[in-house]
Design a protein around this ligand. Structure first.
Ligand code: HEC
Length: 678
């Protein structure tokens, strides 16, 4: 099967979630601010993922039960809800926003930005919304087509909407906007396929007026300011023509003490440095943490985790500001566990590393040199012109966007960690990630001062869920095996577990309404490529339509129940008596499928929850149905992109290939053999 470079890059990337300027005073970000609510991603502006609530605690969590559930339709649901003033807000699918009464689970309103209909080519990037934000009577959400939208939190009516991208660009929004000081900050995805100059933009939360923008990589023409001039010196040739990258698709953190924002930037684009920067240079500010003045967006400092990045090692993972006692002195630090496997503790006043140690298996570098701040790479990691290199971690990261949490009470950081390896080979277009059996994942409690794991529990499958910590000495985290769990913050003992009937890896939240503490998590899963996900299909039913997706809310003494998990659907291919083998068609169809369809429908047509498994789809056996879905966009509003550039013949090639795969799968199943491929 031909897998184009662009498709693979994309697959790798995808698998890969008030008032005016505040004067000095107690930092808004302290745990004392809005203790009852969870108004944005990670709860506070500093995104620590920690709640000071204690009604549900290590002593009574055994009595936690389901208070209510709310059924969601098929589509993306690995997303972080928020809660404010007794209302839970969530953005599922392509930013479909739902407001639910937190006590009863009753729907208050819904808002649909109709993103699939206007997203055009961007809809092909799979994904959906990973979260939203609440502030001062407004809800904020980004869309796949690049809009940032503000809604009236009471009614769901649009207050304002701005286009954050440029006409014809590849910038799309999946991440949650972050709010501080009456401002909204948003970045974008898109630094993997089409040359894209990454940026973050800050808007006035009331009006949507643009306040500032910071570019993460230089553009063509004269540098806009000193920060861009400094970055331009680290690129060679006409870099902007080939790529750029550094997109901020997730991590943005406000530091109230210093009135700064930290942004985490993505991989350099394209991955191969020889194609973008004559094979040299650090390529700032990709794969880096950049500190910006929160009022002006002006550069303050940067720390690059991977200079001259070539492995999709984003630093887009959450960054947690804290004050830690290091060598007897309180130090203002910023902590990040990016994809590359090192846990960084930076001095957030200067951006200098204080310590950096591996929190997962790392074989691309021996250590981080704290004097230069640079990783000491092993030679084999720059694999161009060398033997293939089985690298750990992978482009999906030792830690990805599903957040870690920091408990100031236990002093520990709770990290969802993946242990995986991927083979990189030269020439690049021919590499295929090969995942050794026995991938593992963990929830790790990490001591950021000693840079050591204190405890770890193994999680099912390679993708462990996002974690939160509470002052009730608990860590909540769900897993692919459908369990949603509470662990003792101190030693990792599992104190409570609930069968969520579907994977529950989305970041949970906790909040209090009228003296009752609740915990909410959204269930469901959809991988954009089955290539990484074969093992899970054996542990859970990931069928796009059959898998239940729900909002689950728990309280002490909750007595609500869920229907049993549905059995996996029969997966029988529709009768197809007219099918006749044709090798040439098969090969053309396989190529076109790989180039256009695998992200959602899966490698070798084995789907993993992001879209229906086409081998068993009745829409495939009839040519007209198939063409109306694929070329005319009959299911566009439901998230199936329109491929109107495909000719009738190419569409038939794809349909032929899908039918062939359906027969193959059926035949092998009958013979009692594991289906090939994937
Ligand atoms: C960005 C994700 C995405 C991509 C890329 C994509 N699809 Fe889909 N596709 C979907 C989703 C989601 C649905 C289900 C829509 C619904 O709810 O009915 C779907 C449904 C379909 C269906 C109808 C299946 C059924 O049983 O209802 C067909 C046929 C189909 N896609 C073919 C293709 C082909 C062929 C390609 C490549 C040319 C492709 N799709 C690429 C997301 C995608």
């Amino acid at each position: 099967m031909t897998v184009t470079r662009a498709t693979l890059a994309l697959a790798m990337a995808l698998i890969t979630l008030p008032g005016c300027q505040k004067p000095a005073g107690p930092p808004r970000d302290s745990v004392a601010a809005y203790p009852a609510d969870w108004p944005q991603f990670g709860r506070t502006e500093g995104s620590q993922g920690f709640s000071p609530l204690t009604r549900i605690n290590a002593g009574n969590v055994g009595q936690l039960g389901l208070a209510w559930s709310f059924d969601l339709e098929p589509g993306h649901s690995v997303t972080a809800p928020v809660e404010a003033n007794g209302v839970v807000y969530l953005a599922t699918r392509h930013s479909l926003v739902t407001a639910l009464d937190a006590v009863t689970g009753k729907q208050l309103w819904r808002y649909d930005p109709h993103s699939p209909e206007v997203a055009g080519l961007k809809l092909r990037r799979a994904w959906g919304s990973r979260g939203l934000a609440y502030d001062d009577g407004r809800v904020f959400v980004g869309t796949m087509d690049g809009r940032l939208i503000s809604l009236d939190a009471k009614t769901g009516k649009e207050a304002w909407s701005v286009a954050t991208g440029q006409p014809g660009d590849d910038r799309f929004i999946t991440g949650a906007p972050r709010i501080f000081n009456g401002k909204v900050l948003i970045g974008h995805g898109g630094g993997d396929v089409v040359p894209t100059r990454g940026y973050v933009t800050c808007y006035d939360a009331k009006t949507g007026k643009q306040l500032w923008r910071f570019y993460t990589v230089p553009g063509p023409g004269a540098p806009e300011d000193e920060a861009q001039a400094a970055a331009a010196k680290t690129w060679h040739g006409e870099a902007w023509k080939a790529g750029g990258g550094g997109v901020v698709w997730n991590a943005m953190t406000y530091d109230a003490e210093m009135n700064r924002v930290y942004i985490g930037t993505g991989n350099a684009e394209p991955y191969d440095r020889s194609l973008r920067s004559e094979g040299k240079g650090d390529n700032l500010y990709t794969a880096a943490i950049v500190a910006l003045d929160a009022d002006t967006g002006k550069y303050v400092w940067h720390y690059q985790v991977n200079p001259g990045e070539e492995w999709d090692f984003d630093a887009d993972m959450d960054m947690l500001p804290a004050t830690l006692n290091i060598d007897g002195k309180p130090r203002k630090v910023l902590m990040q566990a990016p994809k590359n496997g090192f846990f960084y503790v930076l001095d957030r006043e200067t951006g200098k590393p204080i310590s950096a140690e591996p929190f997962a298996t790392v074989n691309w570098a021996t250590k981080i040199d704290l004097v230069t701040g640079r990783p000491v790479e092993v030679d084999a990691a720059r694999f161009h012109g060398k033997a293939a290199f089985l690298m750990r971690p992978t482009p999906t990261g030792a830690h990805n966007w599903l957040p870690m949490a920091f408990s100031p009470k236990s002093g520990l950081v709770y990290i969802p960690v993946s242990e995986r390896g991927v083979k990189w080979a030269d020439p690049f277009p021919d590499y295929l990630p090969r995942l050794p059996e026995g991938d593992h994942s963990y929830l790790k409690a990490w001591d950021p001062i000693r840079q050591k794991a204190v405890w770890q529990v193994e999680a099912a499958g390679p993708f462990p869920g996002g974690a939160i910590a509470t002052a009730g000495d608990l860590v909540f985290q769900g897993q692919m095996d459908r369990s949603f769990n509470a662990f003792a913050a101190a030693d990792g003992k599992k104190l409570w577990s609930f069968d969520a009937r579907a994977p529950a890896i989305a970041p949970p939240i906790t909040y209090e309404v009228k003296g009752v503490q609740y915990v909410t998590v959204i269930t469901g899963f959809g991988a954009s490529a089955s290539l990484f996900l074969q093992p899970e299909q054996r542990i859970t039913n990931l069928d796009y339509r059959a898998m239940p997706r729900r909002v689950l809310t728990f309280a002490l003494g909750g007595k609500a129940t869920l229907p049993p998990a549905p059995a996996a659907p029969a997966q029988v291919a529709a009768p197809d008596p007219d099918f006749k083998p044709d090798a040439a068609r098969m090969s053309r169809g396989a190529g076109a499928f790989a180039a256009n369809c695998i992200l959602c429908h899966g490698i070798n047509v084995v789907a993993a929850g992001a879209a229906p498994d086409l081998r068993y789809s009745p829409a495939v056996t009839a040519m007209e149905n198939f063409a109306s879905v694929v070329r005319d966009g009959a299911l566009l509003a439901r998230g199936m992109p329109r491929f109107d550039e495909l000719t009738a013949d190419q569409t038939e090639d794809i349909r032929f290939y899908v039918r062939a795969r359906a027969r193959e799968s059926a035949d092998v199943r009958h013979a009692g053999v594991k289906p090939s491929g994937g």
